[in-house]
Ligand binder design. Structure first.
Ligand code: SF4
Ligand code: SF4
Length: 439
């Protein structure tokens, strides 16, 4: 029975991974990716490096390795940060290969319990907007009640619960940037570039103020912001967890919704969602009804920083008197290769000093729900980043992804540091506030 399962798993893995065999055989084993890999840096095990994982995938395809056991473990420990892709001279498409490997681990039924539980929650909660909206509303009530803060300060909770509460608290809005005083005349809909913002499940659920700030800044800069009725979760977490079928279903629903909206650009302010939506083209390449539409959809997707940096921004007049640092989300810098756009925008805000941040291109350990699945390793990876932030002496760390926002925010909170986390677009929104009052 076990032998039959192993054989079946190996065949399935070979089926999906063989679609990426060109990429797998592109690896020349140079090892340049090793120093960029957070799990290798932390664990020092070749099997937990990109080169080692590519080698394991190749061994499974060639029938030299049983896909259960050690293979599953090393694939599971990967953050999916794709730092290896950025430094790889051979262009190994590691992200695609990882998704295929995880899909096969899932299909083989040998995935660790935490992975299986995650997939069940993602499949049955994140595909139902009304239910997810209700759960997010409950989470906001808990967050804003002050109880999580009390529980952490009084040390009543420990382990994953303490971390989970710290992550929830960290999704709260920045006090240092304040709130808009009143709706500005410039917020009114005006004819301009037609865009729609992906509201996102976690972004709208826990970071709705970032979404509103994004819409204000877009409108301020000549965009007509339309709604894509029927939009759903982007499916990034599903794809990363190896549930490619659910990711495809969500992608099709989003393509339908945004096509109906009739917009020129689909704006995304969450790096992980943007990376996933730019990859709908690949995800649905084999779907006769959606392949062409997915390619057109992906062509229209822009991270908000990538979109705005190409525009001549309307002047910002509210001087903020802040020292900030920027931490690059992996799915912005590595998956989308957007490096300087957020900084180029923030630099235009008056009264903002940008401090360098050592290791800003390294993963924070958040990686979707990796921090809850592997809390020990994730917190060790995060510790270096928190040390670097503490050394930078900034008021606010900027990052454009909800997972990174919460992970870094939780790390700062649990370390007792008074540094806040905000989205780069919130700096622009705050810097426009003076102009809005005058408008
Ligand atoms: S850098 Fe690229 S080619 Fe070199 S070992 Fe890593 S994955 Fe292989
Ligand atoms: S995705 Fe990140 S954690 Fe995974 S092998 Fe590449 S660099 Fe390492």
């Amino acid at each position: 029975m076990a032998a039959a399962l192993a054989s079946e798993s190996r065949e399935r893995l070979a089926t999906l991974l063989s679609l990426n065999s060109e990429g797998i055989y592109t690896c020349v084993h140079c090892g340049l990716c090793l120093p960029a890999c957070p799990t290798y840096r932390q664990l020092g095990n070749e099997n937990d490096s990109p080169r080692g994982r590519v080698y394991l995938m190749r061994a499974v395809i060639e029938g030299r390795l049983d896909p259960r056991g050690a293979f599953t473990e090393h694939i599971d420990l990967c953050l999916g940060c794709r730092a290896c892709e950025t430094v790889c001279p051979s262009g190994v498409p590691y992200g695609e290969m990882l998704e295929a490997a995880r899909a096969e681990v899932a299909a083989s039924g040998t995935a660790p319990l935490a992975q299986r539980m995650t997939r069940i929650v993602l499949k049955h909660l994140f595909t139902k907007p009304a239910l997810l909206g209700f759960m997010m509303a409950m989470a906001r009530v808990l967050r804003d009640s002050g109880l999580p803060q009390m529980a952490i300060e009084s040390r009543l909770v420990a382990g994953r619960l303490r971390l989970g509460l710290a992550l929830l608290i960290a999704s709260g809005s920045s006090a240092k940037l304040g709130k808009p005083l009143r709706p500005a005349k410039s917020d009114a809909e005006i004819p301009g570039t037609k865009v729609a913002l992906l509201h996102g499940c976690v972004m709208e659920g826990l970071f709705s103020e970032v979404n509103r700030a994004t819409e204000r800044v877009l409108r301020k800069n000549g965009c007509e912001v339309l709604e894509a009725t029927g939009e759903v979760c982007c499916g990034a977490l599903h794809a990363h967890a190896g549930d490619l079928e659910t990711a495809k279903q969500l992608a099709r629903r989003n393509i339908d919704a945004f096509e109906q909206a009739g917009v020129e650009r689909i704006i995304v302010n969450a790096a992980g969602c943007g990376a996933a939506m730019k990859e709908y083209q690949r995800l649905l390449a084999g779907d006769p009804a959606y392949a062409v539409r997915a390619a057109e959809f992906s062509r229209r997707v822009r991270d908000v920083s990538e979109f705005l940096v190409e525009k001549e921004l309307k002047p910002m007049t509210n001087s903020l008197n802040l020292r900030v640092a920027y931490d690059a989300p992996c799915h912005l810098i590595h998956a989308q290769r957007i490096v300087s756009a957020p900084l180029d925008l923030v630099r235009q805000a008056p009264g903002v000093e940008i401090a360098p941040l050592k290791g800003s291109e390294m993963c924070c350990g958040g990686a979707g729900v990796y921090n809850l699945q592997h809390p020990q390793l994730a917190s060790e990876i995060l510790a270096e980043k928190i040390n670097n932030i503490a050394a930078s002496g900034v008021d606010i760390v900027l990052t454009g992804n909800p997972g990174c926002h919460m992970q870094i925010g939780a790390g700062l909170l649990l370390r007792g540091l008074a540094v806040e986390v905000a989205h780069p677009i919130e700096i622009l929104d705050a810097a426009y506030r003076g102009a809005q009052e005058d408008a």
